[in-house]
Each structure stands twice: as C-alpha cells, then as structure tokens.
Design a protein around this ligand. Structure first.
Ligand code: ADP
Ligand code: ZN
Ligand code: MG
Length: 628
C-alpha cells in the first residue's frame, strides 16, 4: 500500500439542527384531551330516546303517560305508565311552540306534571370551551415560534438561514491565515458594505455575487464570515443542500425567503454554501426527479436578477466544483466574480497552525514550522483537525502540555486513518505484508528521482494492512517524467517482493496495480510522456457531472491510436516492473532484513531503515518529525 492521503476529514459546518419537536408534543396532548372530552360528554348525557312532539301528544291521548317533567320550559322528560308497551325507556321531546293547551291536556289525562331548571354547571362550561382554549393557545404558540428564531417545524417554506450576528464570535480577516489574494479581492466587497454611498455616488458597479472557489476545507466558509465580520454587517448562511428537500417547491420558497430576509436586513451578506448542490447544470443527470432542484435554481436566478447591489446586499457563494455549475449562474449580474481560495502552502500551513495552536497549551519542544513541513497536501480544515487531535492525544495521556509526539500521532491518524492495532492478523499474513511493504520501502533508496521514505509500517491503517509513506522535501505542483516513472516502480515494489519471496502474489496488490496503471495512462494520454504518441492529449477527460469517471471519458481517437496507447502504457508498466525486480533481486538480503525488522518492530522511520540496510544516515533529515 502507498500513502493514502485521501483520508482527510473536512469538518462540515452544519446549520442549526431542529430542537426536539415541542409542537408534536403539544399537538398530541391536545388530541388526547379532545378525545377524552368527547367520551366524557357522551356519557354525561342521560340516555333518553327523542320522540316527536306529535307522538308525545298521541301517548297522552292514549293515556299512556304517567308523569312528565318540563325542563327549562322547552324540554319534556316523559315517563310512561308501567303497563304500556314502551315503558321503562325514558323519552324526551322538545316543545316546538308555546302550547297553552298542553297543561290542560296533561291535567285532563291525569298526568303528574313537574318542572325543572337545569343549572349551568361550571364544569360543563369549561368542557364546552376547553377545545377552543387549547386550539387558540396552539395557534398562538405557533405564531410566536414563527416570529422568533426557535423551532421551525411546520415551516417548510422558510429559509432557516442561520444568522450570525456581529456579537457571536466575530470572525475577521486576521482569523484567516494566508489567502492574501482572496483577501485582496474581497477587500472591495468589505469597503462597499461599510459605506455603500461612497460607491454608488461614483456610479461604480459593485459585484452582486462573488463565488468563492476552492477545495474542501480551504476556508471558504470561514472567509465569507470574515468578510461579514470585517464589514460589521449581518451574515445569512445557508447551504445549497438545505434548499433541496423532499417536498417540491420548498427549495424555491426557501430561496425567496432567504432573499427577503436579506433585503430586510441590509446591509448584509447572504452566503450560499455548497452552491453546486443547487446550481448544477440544468437538464443533465439521471432524468426525472430533478424538477425540484431546477425550480430552486430558477428561483435563485430570478432573485439575483431582481436584486440591486445598491440595496447593500452582497451574495457570496462557495463551491469546490465550479465546473459543474449552470452557466447561467456565472453570467454578468450574477456570480460574475470568482475568488480562488487556494490550498495552503508550507508557510501558510505554518500560520494556520499558529492560529489554531494559540488556543492550546504547547510544550516547548513543539516546532510549528516542522509540523508544517510534514503536512503537505493538508487543507486548513485538516490542520485545524490536526491541532485538535493532538490536544486530544495529550489530554488522554494526562499531559499538562501538548508535545511534539502528540502532533506526530495526530498527523498519522489523519493521514492514514485511525490505527487499527487491535485487528487480529494471522502470522503468515503479517509476514507477507511485511515483505510487501519492505519491497515498497526499499525501492525508495535505490531510485534516483523518488521522494525520500518517511515511514514504513505494517500496523493496519484504515483499510490498508500496511503502508510505506514517502515525504516530498518540498511542496511541488508539477512532477517530472523521471519522478512519475520511479513512482510506478515503487508501486510495483510490493508485488515484486511478494513474487520473489513467495513465488506468488496476493490480492493485496490491487491498489498498487491500479495506481500504477492510472499513472501510466496519464503519462501517455495527458502529459505527452510517450515518444510514439508525442505531446498530444488523447481522450477528453471532461469531469463527469453525474456519471462515473470511466463512462465520462470521451474516446476521440482512432482504434489504431487506441492500440498504440495501450502499447505505450504497457511498455511503461513493463519497464517499471523490470526495474523493480532488478533492484529487489540485487538487494534481496536487505529486503529480507527489512521485512524481518518490520515483523518485529512494526514501524520503521527513514533513519531506522537506513541503519538496517546499511546506508549512511541522511545529513539533512527528510523526515521532519522525530521517530517514535
Ligand atoms: P470550506 O468551507 O472551504 O470547506 P471551512 O471554511 O469550513 O472550509 O474551513 C474549516 C475550518 O478549517 C475552519 O473553521 C478553520 O478552523 C480551518 N481553516 C481553514 N482554512 C483556514 C485558514 N486559512 N486559516 C485558519 N483556519 C482555517
Ligand atoms: Zn502496496
Ligand atoms: Mg464550507
């Protein structure tokens, strides 16, 4: 296995998640009470059969009625004589009109008459009004919640934009290390937000939207907040993925709401993080199911057009995939300005370290410049993470201060994934892994253009059983052909060592072979490093938008060229494999010594490897961190 630097863990700044839903609780309580009341009222009624008034009169005439109770002057409770057919069932009727003859008629038929008045019991009043009281309270609660910044349940269309006030942890440019160019470009936005009149008086056109472009973890979000902090204006932060929800039309209405909030709070910054989540090219994709996203994007375009930066609202957005954005988003009047937020170089890494290390107690032996040198390829977020991990390691060991070894361990953890020391591996497997890694490691010392080895280990990390890490002596952004070729030779080190020592190879070589093949293909098709084919780009590698990488590769050359490419790739790989074999055969004793040492000591750094294979120590150590 080789260095596996993709195990970075960029922290994702999230929006405020909803608190536990109080509404649901209230709602259920209300429902429960209503049900209870329904049953209670039902049982509270006397079970009397309602009959028609005319039937009542007929009963009287037939002399079936024994007694009546006239209630509240309008209801008659009727009790029939014992011998009548319907006796026993209480009956009730309503007097439809003032019937002056009723009393006479009752007396003529010997019916006992009594009167009664139903009192209005307070319990009954409460029961009657309780549903309304609860209902109104509920509405009031909902209303109050909508206005405040509390739970936003039942509010699908609202933007949920998180507002960072100036008071809560104001971020300024000084909190962002490096990024001089980006800051320089954003100064103008800050100046405008501070004093819009100054610019509008001159009739200057202020960019409406600025797009921050950069790899994940380079500090785009941080930068946007810093712009707001510098200008001292409100900051509305929303992530592109928040717009895209399961309900159609929600995204669009959230966009509307977000801009509405912005207008009301001008001057301010509206920040849309991860713009690519909504802003991908329309009409591309799996087909179907993207209506919602398109609607959202359309709404965003409409809102941006209906906006005037004179209002004092600037829209910032961030993305790491500007290539997939819908071109309409990048037109003048929208995100027509792009600011690149770059990965930090060695000096910038040091200043990011300074910013984050200032928050933790550092031991005197910690040299930030050396850590910076040992963390090529790390983003700002990785470094923030590194400092935090180092502090955690120190805390776990009850140290008073964070020491250099803590940083070392934190770095390995981040670069290689968490060490899985507890994994049980059979002895044979361990031996084969040791041979494999020794093969990779040894080649570093006998190739002219290879980076120096940093460390070789058979401690499993992430999904790899072991790895040999090299460490470039400086950051570099372009590589020579010689470096590429040596890199491929190193890839074959594991495979070749297995073959030499065991006569067969394992499936553990899959990644190495893949990597080697990929590099060779790049050399031939993109970097013009194969003589027969020359410096010509074969096959347009347009970044896949929705489909997998392999499918998206256009084949824009003839079959004949394809054969030549395959031949050239194979030639590069064959040569590399032969070279790996030659070197490892020549240094077979060293290979076995190294493998043996790996089995016993598990991890070896550069100096230790040199001692084992009998090479002099390096005068300038390329491994900036002390070994364990
Ligand atoms: P992005 O939005 O580009 O993915 P973030 O702004 O979320 O990156 O960065 C994540 C964290 O990394 C920040 O909160 C900060 O702690 C740290 N960070 C990144 N870049 C820098 C930098 N240039 N200076 C200081 N801290 C940084
Ligand atoms: Zn390998
Ligand atoms: Mg971000």
């Amino acid at each position: 296995m080789l260095n596996n630097q993709n195990d970075k863990l960029p922290p994702r700044p999230g929006l405020a998640g909803g608190r536990p839903n109080r509404f649901a609780l209230v709602f259920f309580l209300v429902m429960a009470v209503l049900f209870a009341m329904y049953f209670f009222r039902g049982s509270g009624r006397t079970e009397a059969r309602e009959i028609r008034y005319s039937d009542f009169l007929r009963y009287i005439e037939q002399n079936q009625v024994e007694s009546v109770t006239i209630r509240d002057n309008n209801t008659v409770d009727i009790f029939l004589r014992g011998n009548s057919g319907a006796a026993g069932v209480p009956m009730r009727t309503l007097i439809p009109y003032q019937d002056p003859g009723l009393i006479t008629m009752l007396r003529e038929n010997n019916v006992n008459v009594s009167g009664a008045v139903t009192g209005v019991s307070p319990l009954r009043v409460i029961l009657e009004f309780l549903p309304w009281i609860i209902f109104l309270t509920l509405i009031w609660l909902m209303f109050r919640n909508m206005q405040g910044s509390g739970v936003k349940a039942l509010q699908f269309g609202k933007s949920r934009a998180k507002r960072y006030h100036d008071e809560d942890k104001k971020v300024v440019f000084n909190d962002v290390a490096g990024q001089r160019d980006a800051k320089y470009e954003l100064e103008e936005v800050v100046a405008f937000l501070k004093n819009p009149q100054k610019f509008t008086k001159m009739g200057a056109r202020i960019p409406k939207g600025v797009l921050l472009v950069g790899m994940p973890g380079t500090g785009k979000t941080l930068m946007a907040r810093a712009v707001a902090g510098e200008a001292g204006v409100a900051f509305f932060h929303m992530s592109g993925s928040d717009f895209v929800e399961m309900f159609v039309g929600v995204g669009a209405s959230r966009v509307r709401d977000l801009f509405e909030q912005g207008r009301r709070n001008a001057p301010c910054i509206i920040f849309i993080d991860e713009l690519d989540a909504v802003g991908r090219v329309r009409g591309a994709g799996y087909g179907g199911g993207h209506d919602e996203r398109e609607q959202t994007l359309n709404q965003l375009l409409v809102e941006m057009d209906g906006f005037d930066s004179k209002d004092g609202v600037i829209i910032l957005a961030a993305t790491n995939r500007p290539d997939v954005l819908d071109p309409a988003l990048l037109r003048p009047g929208r995100f027509d300005r792009q600011v690149v937020v770059a990965m930090p170089d060695i000096k910038e890494r040091e200043s990011i370290l300074k910013i984050h290390a200032a928050k933790i107690p550092l031991d005197r032996d910690v040299e930030l410049s050396r850590i910076a040198r040992a963390t090529p390829g790390m983003s700002g977020a990785d470094i923030a993470n590194l400092v935090n991990e180092a502090a955690l390691f120190a805390a776990r060991r009850d140290k008073a201060k964070v020491e250099m070894t803590d940083f070392e361990e934190a770095r390995d953890k981040i670069l290689m994934g968490v060490a899985r020391t507890t994994l049980v591996i059979s002895d044979k497997e361990r031996r084969m892994t040791a041979v494999h890694e020794a093969g990779h490691a040894l080649l570093h010392y006998f190739l002219k253009n290879a980076d120096p080895l940093h460390k070789v280990t058979v401690v499993p990390h992430g999904r790899a059983l072991g790895m040999a890490m090299s460490l470039p002596e400086e950051d570099s952004y372009s590589r020579t052909r010689g470096w590429m070729e040596d890199r491929i030779v190193i890839c074959y080190g594991g495979w070749t060592a297995e073959l030499l020592c065991y006569g067969e190879t394992t499936t553990g070589t899959k990644q190495d072979i893949q990597q080697a093949t990929e590099m060779a293909r790049h050399m031939v098709c993109e970097w013009g490093m194969a003589e027969e084919l020359g410096p010509v780009a074969y096959g347009q590698e347009d970044e896949p938008i929705f489909l997998g990488k392999e499918i998206a590769r256009h084949k824009d050359y003839s079959e004949e060229t394809a054969r030549l490419i395959d031949k050239a790739v194979k030639e590069i790989l064959d040569n590399a494999r032969k070279e790996a074999r030659t070197i490892l055969e020549t240094h077979r004793p060293e290979l076995e010594k190294l493998a043996e040492a790996l089995i016993n000591r598990e991890t070896l750094v550069d100096d230790e490897v040199r001692a084992i294979i009998g090479l002099p120590a390096r005068e300038v150590s390329a491994a900036p961190l002390p070994g364990r």
